[in-house]
Design a protein around this ligand. Sequence first.
Ligand code: PAF
Length: 292
Amino acid sequence: MPTASNSTPPDVAESIAGLVPKLALVRRAGKSIGFVPTMGALHAGHVSLMERARAECDIVVVSIFVNPTQFGPSEDFNRYPRPRETDLQICGNAGVDYVFYPTAGEIYPPGYRTYVDVEGLSTILEGAIRPGHFRGVATVVTKLFLIVGANRAYFGQKDYQQQLVIRTMTRDLNIPTKVIVCPTLRDPDGLAMSSRNAYLSPAERTTGLAISRSLKLVVQRFQAGERDLELLRTTLSASLANIEGLAVEYALIVDGTTLEDVTSAGQELVALVAARVGKTRLIDNMVLQPDS
Ligand code: PAF
């Protein structure tokens, strides 16, 4: 990642009151706002979202907030990386105009009681393994959407279920921000970029590569014309089996919109994998387009 540049540093607001009036002026001037919500520890995947926002909107806002309500009690909230200065520099290099960097107390002040639950979608797959996770995500993203009032907000496909939850919540609550989902960025070896990759030792990283390799194999078989879902599922699970150090939590091919089980390959499908490598949990996915 770039560490030095002569780009203009973004305007950093740590409070809602410090951000909202500035963005109101932007809107009053007839300018469009593109928003990239993040938890920091920014990597090239985040930068690609900022660049897309930069290309499509007049003003780009990034939020950096490690949201406590989306972490379970035994998860990595405390050890989640928080490289503030590097993150601000990356935002500056990407041409971000405003960074919203709130404290937990700013987002969840004493007496806070309101949560957003997207029923059904929030309790399967990731939601079943990480109870309450999507309630925390939907709540913080709703709040950030209302604070920022963006025209467009950008999310990565890597968190496939998350983007479905956010799109559903935005539609159901009539939030006038258009949600744009951008392709997953990968390192040259195929590993999907994630802030949590920083936890991996070189050996664990090699082990984790089985995930993208297996997904790619399924996409290749699908593109070659294979439409027998049981065979594709067997390909996926067989290629993830017996890999030392890889504990697969799920490896599925499901409906791309509902994440429900399907028996025929007529609609858009998604292959999803979640696995643990050592103490690190990795997720990845690839879409199977029926006409590909
Ligand atoms: O994907 C993330 O980084 C987070 O889940 C998000 C959307 C910023 C909400 O905290």
